[in-house]
Design a protein around this ligand. Structure first.
Ligand code: AMP
Ligand code: MG
Length: 411
């Protein structure tokens, strides 16, 4: 596989396969009113209890006619009307038409609706100026969209804004969904301060915790913020204990690179098991995955860009699987011509940050600048990843690279 510059590092694909093969979806279901179910995953297929539309109705404002009478070419007096919510109720007299509006029930015996722009109202009745009226034209038949008993949405769908009106169309007001996975997270580091606190010498603001919270909520999970934990083995251990009792997944940031890693590793080995540690990706090499007695563990690197990217690229698919969101998939790669060079050494898959545009129908991309894993502006300015293959070296302007657009969790 040739990761000679990075011996012992696991490729991202292997890491993902390992993680996904180990976790299974949450089982607990809950019943929610449809308007509150946005972002939840369906626990069962949604089968339509009715035909949609439930009755044949007009697609246009116009006149309901019977073709046999229309062919005689005479004006047809208006015998009644069918409006939306007020169907025609009377007897439809021979040699007449019915005024009908969009969404109104089509009267029994009607073959076609002729739009009002193709009709002239005269004293003798309505004169139709159109030739070649087709059978059933402008009629939306019963069950045209969905038939009673059809699966309208499959189990495993994460309910989006598009799905809510779909279900409402069926008259279903309560849905059975899976509970959201719970994710407890904390930052580690003696140098970190929370927002609202003043910085002293040598201190920085914790940004990872806020980024992790935003992503977790965007991924459709419940976030449990356990704050900042100093680099003290006792405090770390106590927090791991608490976190794994509260959540399905525990996410930490920092303390996984050389040096500090030692106590995190010791604690994990004592409490559970480490699946892997160190991936062939950049940024994000010190990403760790493992098992605690009651929860999965994901250790994000401390550097803010590394933490954010590994949370997006590795934790997101894991949480999608846990959430039962079977339709989740990563964004596809798109070839783009780069307008800037990218520094790169063979050995790891790089997730550099880029800004893409479409010029003359072609994707082009440029770097967001300083690609240091500590420089979050490169992430904030970006609208895509420039994914540089593990074996690739330096990239020059004009070369074709693969870009991966962000999914909705980034916005
Ligand atoms: P570590 O993985 O703990 O060695 O941290 C690597 C780098 O990331 C150091 O420069 C840390 O100060 C920084 N860092 C760690 N955690 C955070 C955090 N939560 N927010 C911002 N920077 C952090
Ligand atoms: Mg640290």
């Amino acid at each position: 596989m040739g990761c000679c510059d990075a011996p012992g590092l696991m490729p991202i694909e292997t890491a993902l396969e390992t993680m996904l093969s180990r976790v299974s979806p949450v089982q607990t279901t809950l019943e929610l009113p449809l308007p509150e179910a946005l972002g939840f995953v369906l626990a069962d297929d949604i089968r339509s209890p009715i035909n949609v539309p439930p009755f044949a109705n007009s697609a246009m404002d116009g006149y309901a006619v019977r073709l046999a009478e229309l062919n005689l070419g005479q004006p047809l007096p208006i015998c009644g009307k069918s409006f939306a919510g007020h169907p025609f109720k009377g007897d439809w007299e021979a040699m007449s038409c019915i005024r009908i509006m969009t969404g109104a029930e089509v009267p029994l015996g009607c073959d076609a609706i002729i739009i009002q722009e193709q009709a002239q109202v005269t004293e003798q009745g309505v004169l139709f100026t159109v030739k070649n009226v087709k059978e059933n034209q402008n009629i939306r038949p019963t069950g045209d969209d969905i038939c009673q008993g059809d699966i309208a949405l499959a189990k495993g769908t994460r309910l989006s804004a598009r799905d809510i009106p779909m279900i409402a169309t069926l008259g279903i007001g309560q849905v059975t969904v899976l509970r959201k996975p719970k994710v407890a997270f904390f930052s580690t580091g003696d140098e970190l301060k929370s927002l609202g606190e003043a910085l002293e010498d040598g201190q920085i603001y914790d940004s990872n915790r806020y980024g992790v919270k935003a992503l977790i909520e965007k991924f459709g999970c419940e976030a449990i913020d356990l704050g900042i934990i100093p680099d003290s083995p006792d405090k770390l251990k106590a927090t791991f204990e608490e976190a794994q009792s509260l959540a399905d997944v525990v996410i930490t940031s920092g303390g996984v690179s050389v040096g500090e890693a030692d106590y995190t590793k010791d604690i994990l080995e004592e409490m559970g098991e480490i699946g892997f540690w160190k991936l062939a990706i950049k940024p994000g090499k010190p990403f760790a995955f493992g098992r605690l007695p009651n929860a999965w563990f994901c250790g994000l690197p401390g550097n803010p860009v590394s933490a954010f990217i590994t949370c997006y690229a590795l934790v997101q698919p894991l949480l999608a699987k846990l959430a039962g969101h079977t339709q989740w998939q990563p964004e596809p790669s798109i070839p783009a011509v780069t307008q800037s060079p990218f520094k790169k050494a063979p050995g790891r898959t790089d997730f550099q940050r880029g800004i893409y545009r479409i010029e003359n129908g072609q994707f082009v991309v440029e770097s967001t600048g300083n690609q240091s894993s500590g420089a979050f502006r490169s992430m904030s300015l970006a609208n895509c990843f420039v994914v540089l293959e593990q074996e690739r070296g330096r990239v020059e302007a004009g070369e074709t690279v693969q870009i991966q657009l962000f999914n909705s969790s980034m916005y």
